[in-house]
Design a protein around this ligand. Sequence first.
Ligand code: ATP
Length: 337
Amino acid sequence: MRVLGVEGTAWCASAAVFDAETDSVFIESDPYEPDSGGIHPREAAEHMGDAVPRVIRTALEHARTAYDDRDGDQPPVDAVAFSRGPGLGPCLRVVATAARALAQTLDVPLVGVNHMVAHLEIGRHRAGFDSPVCLNASGANAHLLGFQDGRYRVLGETMDTGVGNALDKFTRHVGWSHPGGPKIESHATDGEFAELPYVVKGMDFSFSGIMSAAKDAYDDGVPVEDVCFSLQEHVFAMLTEVTERALSLTGTDELVLGGGVGQNQRLREMLASMCAERGADFHAPEPRFLRDNAGMIAVLGAKMAAAGDTVAVADSAIDPDFRPDQVPVTWRDSAES
Ligand code: ATP
């Protein structure tokens, strides 16, 4: 099974080829970088329109040249998978249109993938875990997922903004360019602790109050390095606390990390140390699989296609609010290849 994946839920136009036999993933990405401010949906969609055909061409070229097991009459891939949601509607529509056209041209099945389940499944796949809890710490989302009765259930989630978006809002206030997370990480190395709100309610967390407090602290003259350091300590401790509770409540001893904020070393360190203390296995995929990427779409797309979980073009509408617990997990007992 060889699958072409297409991703473009927000900022990253990306196409990938996953070859199940060799377990290899080729990814070609082209990020949208706003001149100022955050992600503007119309500009992001224009970027998708421009970049998606380009990254698909490169990925298809790879599929045609990197393997020598097919003659020119055969399609270079066995299915086309695309991010169906959640994400920005105008971006999702570009990606879905491209994926539908490609599947029809190549005459191969179309697979509609939930982007957040893909963030989880790429970690499960790379780690070889059976049934992990997943912390998705991405730009527009923050939630804990666990598998029960045929679906990934949302065990806990943000009550307001996504964790990465919250970090980005602070850096926009300071005048730094998007994305803000890596800038917070580099400035935090020289910072000292300052008190900020810490909001965990049961299995859920909230980031909007801490963001306002961080902006106020900066405006009141607290050194930006101290605010960055303290933001990381508070926000990542909140995520780690709820993650530990999710492991404890489910009795699971496997944790995978997903999402762009998962590239942060301090978050990985806190999760690794919490897992080590309770004897759980922790897997953080390599950065190319954490930020938005089509590799995770192609990998989950292959599992779904192998399970016969494909979609007719007429039924392949996008869903900007597609939640992970809306997805029946069809692929876990299949051959997965
Ligand atoms: P989603 O998957 O929810 O649609 P998204 O499309 O915004 O999210 P991701 O690539 O998962 O995209 O995450 C992007 C976020 O990751 C941005 O908010 C960015 O600031 C944050 N980020 C990237 N690198 C780091 C880092 N080193 N530390 C903290 N945050 C980071």
